[in-house]
Design a protein around this ligand. Sequence first.
Ligand code: PBG
Length: 335
Amino acid sequence: MSHSEFPYFRGRRLRTGPNIRLMVAEHTLSPADFIAPLFVMEGENQKEEIPSMPGYFRFTLDLLLKETEEIQSLGIPAVLLFAKVPDEKKDNEGTEALNPDGLMQQTVRVLKKEFPELVVMTDVALDPYSSYGHDGIVKEGQIVNDESAELLAKMAVSHAEAGADFVAPSDMMDGRILIMREALEETGFVNTGIMAYSAKYASSYYGPFRDALDSAPGFGDKKTYQMDPANVTEAVKEAISDEQEGADIIMVKPGLPYLDVVRAVKESVHIPVSVYNVSGEYAMIKAAAEKGWLDEEHAMMEALIAFKRAGADLIATYFAKDAARLLLSPPLKGG
Ligand code: PBG
């Protein structure tokens, strides 16, 4: 039997055992890759599980401190804050968003005081503050762009004043990165960074998040500002434009259904790229695991390494704590 055609290459040689597999792994995960999203609500000594996000909670500020301490002790360097705003504080202009003593501003101040080294990032968008549940100001049924961008810049400055290290505009208004950067420079916050949601899609995967913040749009949808899932060239254009406007980090969102977008953006900009493993992606794995249809740990780690493989430098994920715990637990598991 002649094997002259048989290749000397045998891919399986490098898969024979856990150590050789570790040695040739092209990508790795570390707790330093993660950004942990946090939901804060008014009140004291309360935590509420978000029904569509099993195992994930909204915390009052006092309990959020304990949660943050745990996040830090696992080696996760950053948190991304979202505030739940009671209905009576919502209006069309998001007035509460600019309140220097608002829940977001207060939370930032306390976190930076307790954890000076923690990288505190804040969501900048009107939806949790808007009586219409939209990311910008509504006029005659339209989400107006330039006025919204000006307001969001004020919101960013307000977060910077409270001590935020990064503001993370998730609104998708045109031109807001430039306006925000200028506003931060003019007020002296030259070192406050901007993580721009440059390619944020009009996605069904945000459903559980909107439950968490009670922020679903009151009318219509977000398709006039968030992107069409059919597009990738447009995502590259948005990312390049935000880089030029002064963004420090580019965000792609959602994550798993958009890995090609992560790759395309990574190859087009010269700043770090982050990806948001959104609430619906978390919910899918949790729900399937609850039914015994998927192994939660393996599905989680497979999703997270996929982001690194696609080119993401950072991953915002509700799995941050679970994944960090697993990564830190010796011995490294084979297989
Ligand atoms: C709001 C915002 C959303 C998310 C982050 N910021 C929802 C939306 O745009 O409707 C979604 C995050 C997630 O689903 O985990 N600007």
